[in-house]
Write a protein that binds this ligand. Structure first.
Ligand SMILES: NC(=O)C1=CN([C@@H]2O[C@H](COP(=O)(O)OP(=O)(O)OC[C@H]3O[C@@H](n4cnc5c(N)ncnc54)[C@H](O)[C@@H]3O)[C@@H](O)[C@H]2O)C=CC1
Ligand SMILES: N[C@@H](CC=O)C(=O)O
Ligand code: NA
Length: 438
């Protein structure tokens, strides 16, 4: 274990900041503007000793240019640094820098879900070995306090499921596609301009950002390790205006949901992210813009809901600042906060075993026997049909749209039924399955 640098009453807690983009610049400014209040709350002055950036010559309003450096490794391994705030994002060099900081004896605050959901085990083990903290409230659902409730407030309870909207960019896009009939592309451009999107927005729209957050939430809630790559993940890139219209015709909206559940039968954890039809009366349906919301169900507490801004520089900086003060307090007391808890070692369920209800649109020829053939595809694959609706009526033989809503079914069974539907002569156009919750 690295010995703590003694932070006596006269010493400040010395902070190194990695990255000065949307979130980093907001954190740097708050450290200056709120210096006096932060000193009282943390019990020591919080001194920003360096900011690692790519371009030290760029003008950065409100940022002291004498703090800028383009050598992040030298900064995080500097003897005097107590706390490293990693806000550059991505895997490398963030991984190398965080590990170097912990090994040198600094604690870490990060907003980097991609890093934690990929290399969390190594990072938490390194922190534990060195007796240092890793705090990451901003990594999931921006400003919403969700990591601390899971690591502390609910640690005595038995969580059974988590369902939520955990990506602000995609929620913004889907909301604009519904409410303003905006195109996917123009809504994404707006989300980028507002500072919600990742540096590469593919991470948002392909669902990878939400999958990383779901992996972190599942690990914390169920005391196991889930890696981002183990999460079943479908993004919103394939969601069309027709899907939006189909959801609206069911009095529903499309949302990108993250769902984490323990299957009590085989003690596996199912973790998934996908576009989902949510009925308008469901509380998640009214979560608009870049807001996030997370429902937790637990044995003793029952149902809990967490709601608030899930992205953006200022809201995310709020979560980073909370971690920063907490870690500074720990450093002053010579203590550490909770480490990783993965003792249950639950396995992650196969994607095919995941169970959900479906809404399926398909174009069929309006001829005798069509309905029977379609129904047989579902029956053969053990998928129970809950409702069938024919969207329009024309002359016999004409193409019509059929809408089928199923009861909860296994993904692999539904996939098999859809594959059979696509082979039917009476099916004359695309078959579009969408998941339904609530
Ligand atoms: N923007 C948001 O709403 C939220 C972001 N986050 C996370 O916060 C982190 C930062 O995100 P943003 O500030 O939005 O990203 P950003 O892209 O605006 O800022 C990152 C900054 O780091 C700099 N950088 C990259 N590699 C570097 C290196 N090797 N050395 C020095 N500087 C380097 C970039 O030039 C950029 O200015 C990411 O992990 C992101 O996932 C988390 C929650 C919300
Ligand atoms: N790109 C992310 C930022 C917060 O984590 C999002 O849109 O939610
Ligand atoms: Na949060």
């Amino acid at each position: 274990m690295t010995p703590h640098r003694r932070i006596d009453e006269a010493s400040p807690v010395r902070i190194a900041l990695l990255g000065c983009g949307t979130v980093g610049s907001a954190v740097a400014r708050l450290l200056t503007e709120q210096a006096e209040d932060l000193r009282v709350r943390a019990g020591r002055r919080l001194e920003l000793v360096g900011i690692a950036v790519r371009d030290t010559t760029r003008e950065r309003p409100g940022i002291d240019s004498s703090l800028l450096t383009d050598d992040p490794l030298a900064l995080v391994t500097a003897e005097e640094v107590d706390l490293v705030v990693e806000l550059i994002g991505g895997i490398e060099p963030a991984r190398e820098l965080v590990l170097a900081a912990l090994d040198r004896g600094a604690s870490v605050v990060t907003a980097n879900k991609a890093l934690l959901a990929t290399h969390g085990a190594k990072i938490f083990e390194t922190a534990e070995r060195n007796g240092r903290d890793v705090y990451f409230e901003a990594a999931v659902a921006g400003a919403i306090p969700i990591i601390r409730p899971l690591r502390e407030s609910l640690v005595g309870d038995e969580i059974t499921s988590i369902i939520g909207i955990v990506n602000g960019t995609t929620n913004y896009i889907l909301d604009k596609m519904h409410s303003d009939k905006q195109t996917f592309e123009s809504a994404l451009t707006e989300a980028q301009e507002l500072g919600y999107a990742e540096a590469d927005p593919t991470a948002d729209v392909a669902g990878h950002d939400a999958a990383a957050k779901a992996a972190i939430l599942a690990g914390l809630a169920f005391h196991c390790r889930v890696r981002a790559e183990e999460v079943f993940c479908e993004g919103i890139t394939e969601v069309t205006p027709e899907d939006i219209a189909a959801a609206e015709s069911m009095d529903s909206v499309m949302k990108l949901l993250a769902i984490c559940q323990v299957n009590p039968e085989d003690e596996t954890v199912a973790v998934r992210v996908h576009p989902t039809m949510v009925p308008r009366k469901h509380p998640l349906a009214s979560v608009d813009g870049a807001y996030n919301a997370i429902f937790i169900e637990s044995q003793s507490a029952g149902r809990l809901m967490f709601y608030g801004p899930g992205a953006g520089g200022s809201p995310t900086a709020s979560a980073v600042m909370g971690d920063l003060v907490t870690v500074a307090r720990n450093l002053v007391r010579g203590a550490t906060g909770p480490g990783e808890s993965s003792y249950r070692g639950l396995a992650v369920a196969d994607a095919g075993a995941i169970r959900t209800a479906y809404h399926i649109r398909l174009q069929v020829a309006d001829v005798a026997g069509t309905l029977e053939s379609v129904a047989a595809c579902f029956a053969r694959n053990h998928v129970s049909v809950r409702a069938v609706r024919q969207e329009a009526q024309g002359a016999v033989g004409e193409a019509v749209e059929l809408v089928i809503v199923t009861h909860v079914a296994r993904t692999q069974d539904l996939d098999a039924a859809v594959a059979e539907l696509r082979l039917l002569d009476q099916v004359t156009g695309p078959v579009r399955p969408m998941r339904v919750e609530g």
